[in-house]
Design a protein around this ligand. Structure first.
Ligand code: ADP
Ligand code: MG
Length: 360
């Protein structure tokens, strides 16, 4: 079914509504979610309603596990087949991007990825990947890199050195593969078991915390990119007469917690003001422009105008399977940001990628 396969290659876009904190109940937006149609209706007043359709809409009641099941389990299977998959969390600061991507882990209980109630996508994905790899007949290696992009500089969250003397990393074009970029000097930590994976996650989170306090690098203005890279060798078919045939699959999962969407300004005038004040988020701005250019079918896509879009070029209109979870607030005072996030997500849904397996 041509239509169906086409649909699958579109960027998958979900919206997650953050529960309204108790003290603020009563000052909420008039939002209606029609589940069986994946439709969100935002009633602005008696006469005006904005209607949005997405691949998934998660209500404030949707829990972490259900979000994982619906958005990430299909990606895990694809990564194990040798695809590259990317998931972005996009939205206003405070709407639950980090909660969605990392959440909280119950360190004491050693719960499985299915049983830890507050765990977000990253720890669940690591847990499930190890379960799946261990059940497969074959050898594998897993590596993790964890980068932070702040003010168009790339920092390594897994670097072991002193944070003040930390070097900014540089991007290089991989001359053997057109359009592929490598981050020079980034740690790619070999991970042999779940606990090592969780240690690396904690190390990255701690470093981000230190950068926030000591270098005044606000997490609402930085992007974090966690990449899980896997090489999987199938034992394959082997007899006495024939040489053993091995196939090697390479799968990658990029999990990205973007800077707060309020860091891009909407109109040209305020963009200029923001730029003059030195607080425009070039990467977030360019991500929006790349999305627009792809949706409009432009011949020039401005990937090179920001570090984020250079790093993620392949995830946007390329050979990666990409999903976005857009997080929104349902509080009245956040109306403008919520509408802007919904519009952004609606546009992103029109991008198509051309996923390809990496197999040797
Ligand atoms: P962001 O990363 O988008 O700035 P956070 O993930 O830090 O937002 O969320 C802000 C606060 O709201 C945190 O205290 C977080 O635990 C809480 N929160 C966010 N989303 C949810 C949710 N779906 N359910 C419960 N608490 C949430
Ligand atoms: Mg956050």
């Amino acid at each position: 079914n041509a239509n169906k396969s086409n649909e699958k290659n579109n960027i998958q876009v979900a919206v997650r509504c953050r529960p309204i904190p108790l003290p603020d109940r009563g000052s909420n937006l008039n939002v209606e979610i029609i589940n069986d149609r994946q439709e969100l209706r935002l009633h602005l007043n008696d006469k005006s309603t904005k209607i949005y359709t997405f691949d998934r809409i998660f209500t404030p009641e949707t829990n972490q596990l259900n979000i994982y099941k619906s958005m990430v389990i299909p990606m895990i299977e694809e990564v194990l087949e040798g695809y590259n998959c990317t998931l972005f969390a996009y939205g206003q600061t405070g709407t639950g991007k980090t909660h969605t991507m990392i959440g909280q882990r119950d360190d004491q209980a050693f719960l499985s990825w299915e049983d830890d109630p507050k765990a977000g996508i990253i720890p669940r994905a690591l847990g499930q990947l190890f379960d799946r790899l261990e059940a497969m007949d074959g050898d594998y290696t897993m590596r993790i890199s964890y980068l932070e992009l702040y003010n168009e500089d790339i920092y390594d969250l897994l670097c072991l050195g002193n944070i003040e003397s930390q070097k900014k990393l540089r991007i290089f074009e991989d001359s053997s593969k057109k359009g592929k970029v490598v981050v020079h000097g980034a740690e790619e930590v070999l991970i042999r078991c779940k606990n090592e994976a969780f240690d690396v996650l904690n190390r990255g989170a701690a470093r981000r915390q230190i950068a926030e306090t000591e270098l005044n690098a606000s997490s609402s203005r930085s992007h974090t990119l966690l990449t899980i890279s896997m090489e999987m060798k199938d034992k394959g078919f082997s007899t006495a007469e024939f040489a053993k045939e091995e196939t090697m699959k390479i799968g990658k999962l990029n999990l990205i917690d973007l800077a707060g969407s309020e860091n891009i300004s909407r109109s040209g005038a305020s963009e200029r003001r923001a730029r003059e004040a030195g607080n425009i988020n070039q990467s977030l701005l360019t991500l929006g422009r790349v999305i627009n250019a792809l949706v409009d079918g432009k011949s020039h896509i401005p990937y090179r105008e920001s570090k984020l879009t250079r790093l993620l070029q392949d995830s946007l209109g390329g050979q990666t399977k990409t999903s976005i979870i857009a997080t929104i607030s349902l509080q009245s005072r956040d109306l403008e940001e919520t509408v802007s996030t919904l519009e952004y997500a609606r546009r992103a849904k029109k991008i198509t990628n051309k996923p390809e397996v990496n197999q040797r």
